[in-house]
Design a protein around this ligand. Sequence first.
Ligand code: CTP
Length: 402
Amino acid sequence: MSILSGKNILLGVTAGIAAYKSASLVREFIKAGASVKVVMTPASKDFVTPLTLSTLSKNPVESHFYEKDNDNELWNNHVELGLWADYFVIAPATANTMSKMANGTCDNLLLATYLSAKCPVYVAPAMDLDMYIHQSTVNTFAKLKSFGNIIIPATSGELASGLVGQGRMAEPNEIVTFITSDILSQLPLKDKKVLITAGPTYEALDPVRFIGNHSSGKMGFELAKAAANLGAQVILVTGPTNLSLTNNLITVIPVISAEDMYVACHEHFKSIDIGIAAAAVADYRPKKVAVNKIKKKESTLTLELEKTKDILASLGAIKTHQFLVGFALETNNEIEHAKSKLIRKNLDLIVLNSLNDKGAGFKTATNKVTLIDKQDSIQEFPLKSKTEVAKDIINEIIVRYA
Ligand code: CTP
């Protein structure tokens, strides 16, 4: 999954020959999982049709302050459009439009939207080589940069004029790569490695049976997504679940038993920065695993169980620089039990679930958590979706770790 997945991208198209590439750019953004809207300058329609861009973006293209719909005139709200956008990408950006942007000129919808947008603005210039190096253009770039706009440098090659030099708009895939790397470079967990355990573990009794639990793995998977969305490289060690995800920042390591999970976690622990144990690991496992299927001979069957290794406690015992987070599912004296777990397992933060809270714990789409840290600060959160809870937990880790 790309960092652009789920994001709103507003593509501004201005009147340069490179506008024919805007169609591919819309496709690239859509492929990355973004929602795309397009705003065009009136003159850019001579280079690429609004029909092409609205079909590819699956949204109406806007280019005037108002539209005529039969006898009605409908106001196109540039403020709304600017606020909708998570990112505003102007590609191609002509020398004319950039100069107007630098000077606050507001004579078309694209420029009015630019002046209203609060999101990061990326500008991919396209022009002839002499225009690109003209002092006026150089000054424009400096001014736009001073506003916080990000310039995606033009590349060198044959230009529309037939001359060869710098001024060609970056290719659509290069623009997407540039924006993706730029966003990633600013994320708080960039270059951080996060290990997360999720799901239940299955402890075999014989070749066909196991002791397991009802954990769905959802909390751990949501934590993995939340960490990756903030730029982390995630190693997700998960017991058997029905969940799946594709995100190039998340490596999923499927395991079955507590012992498998222990081995996988220790294999990666040295190299990680943050560890989060969200798995519902079996505390006990059958002492002997029958080689063949157990036959029902007797009227009762007694299983002898032995303790599994406590993965989190074992990581806490060897941790050096790692920030370690555990979960505690409690039914009584919740705060007290969670605090003692935090100390016993040498954690930095513990996420407490109380089974007394409706909507918290296993198999639900929601969770209600209380966070307790090493400094004894206690923070209660309301009932939220596990997606939102995961974001809260990751944000609290960042506050304490970064
Ligand atoms: N955990 C673990 N390995 C185990 C058991 C638990 O890594 N063998 C982790 C869980 O992922 C969780 C935390 O330890 O983050 C708390 O687990 P829990 O079972 O609630 O606590 P225990 O220490 O096992 O104590 P008790 O069951 O007695 O409450």
